[in-house]
Design a protein around this ligand. Structure first.
Ligand SMILES: C=C1C[C@]23C[C@@]1(O)CC[C@H]2[C@]1(C)CCC[C@@](C)(C(=O)O)[C@H]1[C@@H]3C(=O)O
Ligand SMILES: O=C(O)CCC(=O)C(=O)O
Ligand SMILES: [Fe+2]
Length: 362
């Protein structure tokens, strides 16, 4: 099915400054994404309708997902360690996606995080707007990015943090460090290699809230993209809706109680010199139920150079991406380019252009 394939040539929707013109085409529509109004609206504003080649397939087949028992890995039994490393290596070379069970994060803490999230998103829009994310910044409340983008708007509201949700962030940070140990081993590097790299980090926690949509076949909760960040640890609720692109088609990812969905992002792909793939994924919505997900994005320290491990650059696998910092890639996705499935390639080109421009200026 054509509409199940990712778009090959991307027409970038450059971030725009807040503009009412973007939504004025539908004069009678609200200027903001008010979930309480739009959830029951069957006439979907055109800004939320995705082009045919990117429209979702709602009945995508389920993906058989490689699963890592983190508890067994941490016990250090050599057989369990080499098995986990093998599974992760295969998954990350193929699609950059795996599940983690037995991760030690208390289920009560996850439930509490979802409850706080319910409380925030059920507030009136005017209240939520008090925490509004400013243009160019990556923290705060964003209702569907109305203002930031003018088309292919996602059917969601988000709240992103750096320091709040402290306890939850700490728990995810611990899990992400353990996974970094495993990823290092799986690449034949020292277990401490990526743990040290990410020990200090500028990570982001994001709450995604997807209201019901009367025409889910026209819209997308989150459009197709790879995460520009390094490693994402996602907890989706029981509704389901996450889809991953593997074996040339979209697959749905079933909710597995207590499991974390883990995916590689662009920055980690660059750290492995392209050996591990950043995972192409998206989220679909449905007519009946609100869907929620909590994403912990592990990111390097803002100014730390992102350069591949020496052993991963070889004659057969020469350098793929320029050195960069997470600060520069974050700025690129917030001010110049809407993250999609080609962010890393577009960013690499941009970095090289900037470097050659700088060389021209004496
Ligand atoms: C650095 C980031 C940009 C986005 C959030 C994130 O922390 C990681 C993923 C990015 C995103 C989810 C990819 C799809 C498009 C996007 C605009 C969204 O739909 O939310 C992206 C986020 C963004 O705010 O730019
Ligand atoms: O909600 C989801 O399942 C996916 C969200 C996502 O991909 C993101 O926030 O980057
Ligand atoms: Fe994502």
């Amino acid at each position: 099915m054509v509409h199940c394939l990712p778009k090959v040539s991307v027409t970038q929707d450059k971030p725009t400054l807040p503009s009412t013109a973007a939504v004025a085409k539908d004069e009678h529509r609200p200027l903001a994404f008010d979930a309480s109004i739009l959830g029951s609206e069957s006439n979907i504003p055109s800004q939320f309708i995705w082009p045919d080649d990117e429209k979702p397939c709602l009945d995508a087949p389920e993906l058989v997902i490689p699963t890592i028992d983190l508890g067994a890995f941490l016990l250090g039994d050599s057989l369990a360690v080499s098995k986990a490393a093998e599974v992760v290596n295969e998954a990350c070379k193929k699609h950059g996606f795996f599940l983690v069970v037995n991760h030690g994060v208390d289920s009560g803490l996850i439930d509490k995080a979802h409850q706080y999230m319910d409380r925030f998103f059920s507030l009136q829009l005017s209240e939520k707007q008090k925490a509004k994310r400013k243009v160019g910044e990556s923290y705060g409340y964003a209702s569907s990015f109305v203002g930031r983008f003018s088309s292919k708007l996602p059917w969601k509201e988000t709240l992103s943090f750096r320091r709040l949700y402290q306890e939850y962030c700490e728990a995810r940070n611990k899990v992400s460090q353990e996974i970094m140990g495993l990823l290092g081993i799986s690449l034949g590097l020292d277990q401490a290699y990526f743990k040290d790299f990410f020990e200090q980090n500028d990570s982001i926690l994001r709450l995604n809230h997807y209201p019901p949509c009367q025409k889910p076949e026209l819209t997308l909760g989150t459009g197709p993209h790879t995460d520009p960040t390094s490693l994402t640890i996602l907890h989706q609720d029981q509704v389901g809706g996450l889809q991953v692109f593997a074996d040339e088609k979209w697959h749905s990812v079933a909710h597995i109680p207590g499991a974390f969905v883990v995916n590689i992002g662009d920055t980690f792909m660059a750290l492995t010199n392209g050996i591990y793939k950043s995972c192409l994924h998206r989220a679909v919505v449905n007519t009946e139920t609100v869907r929620k997900s909590l994403a912990f994005f592990l990111c390097p320290k803002l100014e730390r150079p992102v350069t591949p491990a020496a052993g991963l650059v070889t004659a057969e696998n020469p350098r793929k991406y320029p050195d960069f910092t997470w600060a520069a890639l974050l700025k690129f996705t917030q001010n110049h380019y809407r993250a999609d499935m080609k962010t890393l390639v577009a960013f690499s080109k941009w970095v090289q252009e900037q470097e050659s421009n700088n060389k021209l200026i004496p």
